[in-house]
Design a protein around this ligand. Structure first.
Ligand SMILES: Nc1ncnc2c1ncn2[C@@H]1O[C@H](COP(=O)(O)OP(=O)(O)OP(=O)(O)O)[C@@H](O)[C@H]1O
Length: 275
């Protein structure tokens, strides 16, 4: 059985039903890593949120999302809640907003563990320390006692990885997990994810092809809510078919382009654009 089977997923917002994701279909094997790449507003994050049942209330969703064979579209919150953490979890871009600033990091991770495994309450502190070690914290005791703002950006992201993995979910959604970090820390967190995602399935949302290439096997290229190209990432980099993908590949090849360099946008590939 596939970990995920998405068929004709469409997500529209508001009374005008503005379409953010348009008839998206893909499958994800038990241990596969799929990148979703595209410019801002192409529907990447909305897709990721749909996989964990966290779309906002004004979203109209149709189609099908089977997670381990179970339908998520239309499922009530009481059915979705137990799946989060145990079967699917999410790592967000900005750990400061994903972590509670008023609560010590160890307690936050402990709550996630306790939420799903009340029987393990006795050993929770040890489990938290174990996880902090596994995500590369050199002093787990100190980190567990710290508040989020006492940690570096990289340490906060490591804590989020620990929280996301604490209940050993089979699917992890990563939404731009390294975008807010500087290049060196970005590299370290990608190495950590690469190691910790072994044996799980992952959907990896990013605007950066080079980042996706480091952790994913396959990629979907999204433009205005639709998939314009998909396949093995090395094949796509070698021989991109869609003009938008060609632009992305060219931008990734620039290598050390300065921060803030403009990625190609949709208008570059429509009439009057530069392609
Ligand atoms: N809560 C919402 N209400 C209305 N429209 C929304 C909502 N969330 C997202 N959208 C719209 O859905 C579209 C896709 O957004 P999404 O966040 O998935 O893009 P993205 O590709 O992840 O971009 P970014 O890289 O900037 O995060 C956008 O047009 C966005 O404005």
């Amino acid at each position: 059985m596939n970990r995920l089977e998405v068929t004709d997923l469409t997500v529209a917002f508001g009374r005008r039903r503005t379409v953010a994701v348009d008839r998206l279909s893909f499958t994800l094997g038990q241990h596969e890593r799929l990148g979703i790449i595209g410019q801002s507003g192409s529907g990447k994050s909305v897709t990721g949120l749909a996989m964990i049942g966290l779309l906002p209330e004004n979203a109209h969703v149709s189609g099908s999302i089977l997670l381990n064979g179970r339908e998520l579209v239309g499922a009530p919150e009481r059915e979705l809640r137990p799946l989060r953490g145990d079967e699917v979890s999410m790592i967000f871009q900005e750990p400061m907003t994903a972590l509670d600033p008023t609560m010590r990091v160890g307690r936050q991770i402990g709550e996630v563990v306790a939420l799903h495994h009340r029987d393990r309450r006795g050993g929770i502190h040890d489990e938290v320390l174990d996880w902090l070690g596994r995500v590369g914290m050199t002093d787990p005791e100190r980190v567990a006692r710290s508040f989020p703002d006492e940690l570096s950006g990289g340490q906060r992201q490591r804590a989020l990885v620990a929280m996301a993995l604490a209940n050993e979910p089979g699917l992890v959604i990563c939404d731009e997990p390294t975008t807010a970090l500087d290049v060196i820390v970005q590299r370290q967190i990608l190495d950590l994810l690469d190691e910790q995602l072994q044996g799980r399935a992952s959907l990896f949302v990013s605007h950066d092809l080079a980042v996706v290439r480091q952790v994913c096997d396959r990629v979907l290229v999204m433009l205005q809510g639709r998939v314009v190209e998909s396949g093995k990432i090395d094949d796509i980099i070698e021989d991109p078919q869609h003009p938008y993908t060609r632009g992305l590949v060219a931008a990734a090849r620039i290598g050390n382009h300065p921060r803030g360099t403009r990625l190609p946008t949709m208008t570059d590939f429509t009439e009057g654009g530069r392609a």
